[in-house]
Write a protein that binds this ligand. Structure first.
Ligand code: ADP
Ligand code: ASP
Ligand code: MG
Length: 415
């Protein structure tokens, strides 16, 4: 008998029929002799709808109240799934984040899980129940509801698996695994059977939303076997459930898999670019601009400062699109007070990244990438590299073309 944590995302619980199907799948696992803890998301579109309601009231809601509102979507699905299980003769109990002992820090909208007091879950499990936990939510030390950031139910599931020492954490979604790139953008993308934590973390960090970044960090830190698989397909086998297993480098090598040069292409449509032209080229400029941005809790991703000429320089950086206006409001008066020539912004950019641990030991990946993009006349606006990724910022209208071009250029469709 294994203990399995399963997570079902928005599409997987997007209708009453889908919830009934999830119930059947969960029951099949318990019938096969396993204990199951389930984490669920809100029905697809529901979290956005709730955010929209708040926005119709105010453009600057209290973060505490916003979490109060957006966390409700998950409360509906846990109750419905529990009822669906009762209907087919499986004992089950739903728990909200606080009932499940999901303790977080106090940062609303992107809280971190600090501990899980799992007594109630354990008691229910030992009484033969399936336990269904609301994803995405927790409770802070003041007793207030917090949420874990968009896509946070993945992290709920992995944290539960770590705390309960589960044998596996299965993330059920609307694709049957992790692909070399988003199969919605490149239908020729190839499903991977295995990917290392490190590569998955980089893919998620660069925008592959199939898993929330923190869920991968958590799984890596606590060595939780993590699998992504489809909720829309029949169960293949309880011993070999298929999908994509995210695993340690050791296991990867044990399976005699050769590390590919490039494991995938990720992209991020959520960024915006701000450029300040003609700022004085003197010490402290980057700090003056970015220090204030950071003090406002705005995360800066890419940064470029050009070589100065005529005692001035140009400075460009990217932030999340949601933070664009707020950042402009901070930076505009600063730029003016510094005597900058011009400040401009662009919200129609995307970041496309090549990811692969194999590139550590190979030169020429970046130049192949730039040449492939140049052949399609795609202009590169910004570049950043790390040991295992190369990212470029390009105009949004070229996203699909860029992804498909790179996918082909790096031969990702074939094994
Ligand atoms: P859920 O609601 O189940 O959490 P998400 O929409 O968050 O589902 O994640 C699944 C989606 O992630 C897929 O439908 C797919 O479009 C997208 N995706 C992006 N990159 C990848 C990738 N490399 N492999 C698989 N899916 C990806
Ligand atoms: N419902 C939340 C969201 O839409 C959390 C999740 O689905 O993982 O972001
Ligand atoms: Mg998701």
């Amino acid at each position: 008998m294994a203990l399995i944590v399963q997570k079902y995302g928005g599409t997987s619980v997007g209708s009453v029929d889908r919830i009934k199907n999830v119930a059947k799948r969960v029951k099949a696992w318990t019938d096969a002799g396993h204990q199951v803890v389930v984490a669920v998301s809100a029905m697809s579109g529901e979290t956005n709808r709730l955010l929209g309601l708040a926005k119709d009231i105010t453009s600057a809601p209290s973060e505490r109240e916003l979490d109060m509102v957006v966390s409700t979507g998950e409360q509906v699905t846990i109750g419905l799934l529990s009822m669906a299980l009762h209907e087919i003769g499986q004992d089950a109990m739903s728990l909200t984040g606080w009932q499940a002992g999901m303790k977080t820090d106090t940062v609303h909208a992107k809280a971190r899980i600090e501990a899980i007091e799992a007594d109630r879950i354990n008691t229910a499990l030992s009484n033969g129940k399936v336990v269904i936990v609301a994803g995405f939510q927790g409770i802070n030390e003041q007793g207030d509801i917090t949420t874990l950031g968009r896509g946070g139910s993945d992290t709920t599931a992995v944290a539960l698996a770590a705390a309960l020492k589960a044998d596996e954490c299965q993330i059920y979604t609307d694709v049957d695994g992790v692909y070399t790139t988003d199969p919605r953008v490149e239908p020729k993308a190839r499903k991977m059977d295995l990917i290392t934590f490190e590569e998955m973390l980089e893919m998620a960090s660069q925008g592959a939303k199939v898993l929330q970044i923190r869920s991968v960090e958590f799984a890596s830190k606590y060595s939780v076997p993590l699998r992504v698989l489809s909720s829309l397909e029949d169960i293949r086998s309880f011993d070999e459930p298929g999908g994509t297993l995210i695993c340690s480098e050791e296991l990867f090598e044990e399976k005699n898999m050769e590390q590919p040069l490039i494991s995938g292409i990720a992209f991020n449509r959520d960024e915006a670019k701000i450029t300040i032209n003609g700022v004085p080229d003197k010490p402290g400029i980057a700090y003056t601009i970015l220090g204030q941005v950071a003090d406002s809790n705005i995360e800066v991703d890419m940064i470029i400062q050009n070589t100065g000429h005529d005692d001035t320089t140009d400075f460009t950086f990217t932030v999340h699109r949601n933070d664009y206006q707020k950042t402009m409001d901070i930076v505009k008066p600063l730029a003016e007070s510094m005597g900058a020539r011009e400040i401009s912004g662009d919200e129609s950019i995307v970041k496309v990244s090549l990811v692969g641990v194999g590139m550590r030991s190979h030169a020429g990946i970046a130049s192949q990438m730039f040449s492939a993009l140049a052949d399609e006349s795609i202009n590169i606006q910004m570049i950043s590299t790390s040991e295992i990724k190369v990212s470029v910022v390009i105009a949004e209208k070229y996203l699909e073309l860029a992804v498909r071009t790179l996918h082909k250029s790096f031969n990702l469709e074939s094994e």
